[in-house]
Ligand binder design. Structure first.
Ligand code: ADP
Length: 493
């Protein structure tokens, strides 16, 4: 580039007022003229800068690259160049500049000086660096998630809002052939060899986990069997969560499939064992009780022998009650609770059950109150409903510390019957409430206080109430007490 002498003043003016940092640089690198924008960019005043060379203002790491092109221009190889480099600000921080340099030549062609323009791109560079760091972090996170996605011992599936399969991990892929031996079309709700836990009832489209998840259903531990052959089939427990967009709209769902075949098979073995052991125990026990009865009827037995026989009989009766409970549980599990319904006076039954529990309550100073109508005729299985009453009332007494109270109330509303058994006892933790009706479940508080029990009573209560078409619920607070509410619709006459 060449500048004529009469254009010199205009150049100086343009240079001074340019919003871009500008400088005239001598052939040795010294700054000869700098504009205001240049001074502001580097935080130095003009006098200071005019005693320096660009070399002192450049970040040491960027100097060699800068000098290389500078020298190439001096050597006549190039007339101009552009580079991004770091400057040192007066306050010690770094200023990123986008530098454009042109060599000005004399009329005879020899080099005169350089004109440099520097655009402050610090903010842009910092934003770029932040973006790069964020991208690196995102990529790292993506790779971590990918590794987890593929290594967990759980099948994972992502579907979109229309139920189309978007992604699944290898583990889930490997399990697909059992329920869908003919292949899967990649859409939620395809029917296959999928059965409820009874192992017989096939799942309809509406019951299929992926179909439910597609419609926004969230659930945990949905258990079922997959596979046609009972010998090789597998059991799964599936959970689903909705995936939502930024405005909360449903965009799909994530499903996790856990293989629980071994657990279910172990539970089946346990159930079969319990059922067969209780059957085996029953016959000898009946014989023991029969002989005890005959012995008890004998005259002339010494008093101490009679007393010992009573102890044996009491314990044999306890054993029999336990075996009966076990048999009940096994029978109910196989769906075989057969009810013998007949009309009874429920009010009298409730009063009887409360009276039976009174002795145990009295010895521990527990008040038991009972509210029933005078009579309440209902059609139920008397023996089994008595079991419900005995279990609930005896539990209320057993799990209530001395001097507490137990309240039993029976009500009818048209044909529906409601029984409420509440106590001021030890209570049950909230997280256990759903489990108390399961088989062999014993609560933390009961175990901590070493209160004896088998964990069968409430399971029996539940199965009998359900067989009558009713429901049983629990409201409890640890240390405050519990209330069991049994509702049997349509049984009152
Ligand atoms: P068991 O009493 O033989 O342990 P149940 O099936 O009757 O078995 O009860 C299951 C568990 O529920 C008990 O172990 C106890 O932890 C809890 N439970 C039942 N009834 C009550 C109650 N009225 N108050 C506090 N906890 C109870």
């Amino acid at each position: 580039m060449q500048v004529s002498p009469d254009g010199d003043e205009r150049w100086r003016l343009a240079l001074q007022h340019s919003p871009v940092g500008m400088a005239l640089v001598g052939l040795d690198g010294r700054l000869m003229v700098v504009n205001r924008a240049f001074c502001e960019m580097l935080g130095h005043d003009e006098e200071f800068l005019l005693t320096r060379g660009f070399q002192e203002l450049t970040h040491p790491d960027d100097l060699s690259g800068d000098l290389e092109v500078f020298n190439r221009a001096l050597a006549g190889e190039i007339d101009s160049y552009r580079l991004r480099k770091r400057y040192l600000h007066a306050h010690g921080r770094i200023v990123w500049g986008d530098l454009s340099v042109a060599l000005v030549r004399r009329p005879d062609g020899g080099p005169l000086h350089f004109i440099s323009q520097v655009l402050d791109i610090t903010e842009q560079r910092e934003a770029e660096q932040r973006l790069t760091a964020a991208n690196a972090e995102l990529e790292h996170e993506r790779q971590t998630l990918e590794a987890i996605f593929e290594t967990v011992h759980v099948g994972l599936l992502l579907i979109d809002r229309d139920g189309r399969y978007q992604r699944m991990n290898r583990r889930h892929q490997a399990t697909m052939s059992l329920p869908f031996p003919e292949g899967h079309g990649g859409e939620a709700g395809q029917l296959g060899h999928v059965y409820f836990l009874d192992g017989k009832t096939p799942m309809s489209r509406d019951d299929m986990p992926s179909y439910r998840a597609m419609r926004g259903d969230e659930f945990d531990n949905l258990c079922y069997w997959v596979g046609d052959d009972p010998l090789t089939r597998a059991a799964y427990s599936t959970s689903a969560r909705s995936v939502r967009g930024p405005d909360g709209e449903l965009t799909g769902a994530a499903l996790a499939y856990q293989d629980i075949t071994e657990l279910i098979r172990a539970m089946q073995v346990k159930d079969e064992f319990v059922a067969s052991v209780s059957h085996e125990l029953r016959t000898p026990l009946t014989s023991v009780l029969g002989h005890l009865e005959m012995l008890g009827e004998r005259d002339g037995l010494p008093a101490d022998v009679t007393a010992q026989l009573r102890v044996v009989e009491r314990n044999a009766l306890r054993l029999e009650a336990l075996v009966t409970d076990l048999l009940h549980v096994a029978q109910a599990r196989e769906g075989g609770l057969h009810l013998e319904r007949a009309e009874v006076d429920l009010a009298a039954m409730v009063r009887d059950a409360v009276d039976a529990a009174r002795r145990a309550a009295d010895t521990r100073g527990i008040t038991v109150t009972c509210e029933t109508p005078g009579v309440l005729p209902a059609v139920v299985d008397e023996r089994r409903i008595r079991q419900v009453l005995d279990n609930l009332v005896s539990n209320a007494v057993k799990y209530t510390p001395s001097r507490g109270s137990v309240k039993v109330a029976l009500r009818s509303r048209q044909h529906d019957v409601e029984l409420e058994v509440s106590d001021t006892g030890i209570g049950i933790h909230q997280h256990e409430v759903e489990q108390v009706f399961g088989r062999f479940f014993r609560g933390e508080e009961a175990l901590r206080r070493q209160l004896p029990g088998t964990g069968l009573g409430l399971n029996i209560v539940h199965s009998i109430v359900v067989a009558h078409g009713g429901t049983v619920s629990l409201d409890s607070q640890v240390g405050r007490g519990s209330t069991f509410l049994v509702t049997v619709p349509g049984c009152a006459v």
